[in-house]
Design a protein around this ligand. Structure first.
Ligand code: XIL
Length: 371
């Protein structure tokens, strides 16, 4: 049989083309892969607030950032230890290297806490700054009761400095050799050392420390250079005079226990004055009190947080404005607010809050790093 194809009508042709297009569409759809994510059905009413992405840490600073530490907190508080390890490049024992902590009688010492911190720093590749050899306070009873001639006092000081600095030779990079030797009016503080040896105790302390560790960087450390021109002048004169005589003074530590009302120009002027002595400059005990009025009902508001941030930012900018080879670093006096030494009134002086969260102060510092 011979079948002859009938020519399709126009309607049949349209119907055929329609069917063909449906089949091919289906085939094409099968080739499209499922998206790997769920398409949202509808937009949420409110978009989440954009959070600043802080990937910069204190370890990225163009100078070393550190903090004062307490051995028992490092040992027992995991979050405290985490912040120290993740953020800090330098530690200063808050109390463990003070004479009151170390010296338990003539020739008798308690080393455990200091040894622990020095080892801890070595294990975590951190610098240790030693604080402090000769101070007017935290002196053990046997020293305050000591009655000796001037020569015997000098010998006592020499023995103590040799013992402590010598023990940590090569492991403690730097020392606050003399702390707080001046009053705010620029006169010498009448400390036990001053009374028994005379103002020469300062020069001797530096020489003894240098004998015990010739590589250690030796600092004169004090507070108030940012608010007292007289004190600033006295400290700079002392440091320049000693250096002119060849005494090994290598740095000035500015404690910088400031409050959030301290002007950026005060910070800059004091740091610049220290740098003009041609030595290392260490912001050695920084905290920024937000409640200097010591109100009992203090609240850390956003506004206060911003003002505190500005202080941290100004401090970093001031340090960065001096030659890089004189920037020893910034050390905070504590890690987070709850462990600050400022306890006479409610306050929040540090870059981490009491839950170890970063505060705006943190970004105030890190924001200056790339500039
Ligand atoms: C403070 C400590 O933070 C306290 O824990 C301690 O009770 C007293 O000393 N200037 C200094 C630091 O040089 O040694 C002081 O540290 C704070 C003021």
């Amino acid at each position: 049989m011979i079948y002859t194809m009938k020519k399709p009508t126009l309607l049949q042709t349209i119907a055929f083309l329609f069917l063909l297009s449906c089949v091919s569409c289906g085939a094409k759809d099968d080739l499209i892969e499922e998206p790997p994510y769920e398409e949202p059905n509808e937009q949420p009413d409110e978009l989440p607030e954009e959070q600043p992405q802080t990937t910069t840490t204190f370890k990225d600073a163009p100078y070393l950032i550190g903090c004062a530490v307490v051995p028992s907190l490092l040992q027992n508080n995991r979050m405290y230890a985490e912040v120290v390890q993740e953020e800090m490049s330098s530690i200063t024992p808050e109390n463990a290297l003070k004479m009151g902590a170390l010296s338990k009688g003539h020739g008798s010492y308690f080393w455990d806490d200091a040894d622990y911190l020095v080892e801890y720093a070595a294990d975590h590749q951190m610098r240790v700054h030693g604080h402090t050899l000769i101070w007017h306070t935290d002196i053990p009873g046997w020293v305050t009761r000591y009655s000796g001639t001037r020569e015997e006092w000098i010998a006592l000081m020499q023995e103590y400095i040799h013992e402590v600095v010598g023990r940590y030779q090569g492991r403690i990079a730097s020392w606050d050799v003399v702390n707080e030797a001046f009053n705010d009016d620029g006169t010498y503080r009448k400390t036990i050392w001053y009374e028994n040896i005379g103002e020469e105790y300062i020069r001797l302390a530096f020489e003894f420390a240098h004998e015990a560790d010739p590589a250690a960087i030796l600092f004169y450390n004090d507070y108030g250079m940012e608010y007292s021109a007289a004190k600033r002048e006295a400290i700079c004169t002392l440091v320049k005079d000693l250096r002119a005589e060849g005494v090994p003074v290598h740095g000035i530590g500015l404690q910088m226990h400031i409050d959030m009302y301290r002007s950026a120009s005060d910070l800059k002027a004091s740091i610049q004055a220290a740098a003009d002595c041609g030595v290392w400059v260490h912001v050695s005990e920084m905290d920024v009190a937000c409640n200097p009025e010591k109100k009992t009902d203090f609240t850390f508001t956003d506004k206060i947080a911003q003002q505190q941030k500005a202080s941290y930012q100004a401090m970093s900018e001031a340090l960065l404005s001096i030659p890089a080879d004189q920037c020893f670093g910034i050390t905070f006096w504590g890690v987070c607010d709850v462990h600050s030494w400022l306890t006479s009134a409610p306050d929040a002086p540090l870059p981490f809050d009491s839950n170890f969260e970063k505060k705006p102060a943190y970004d105030g510092l890190t924001g200056t790093f790339g500039k």
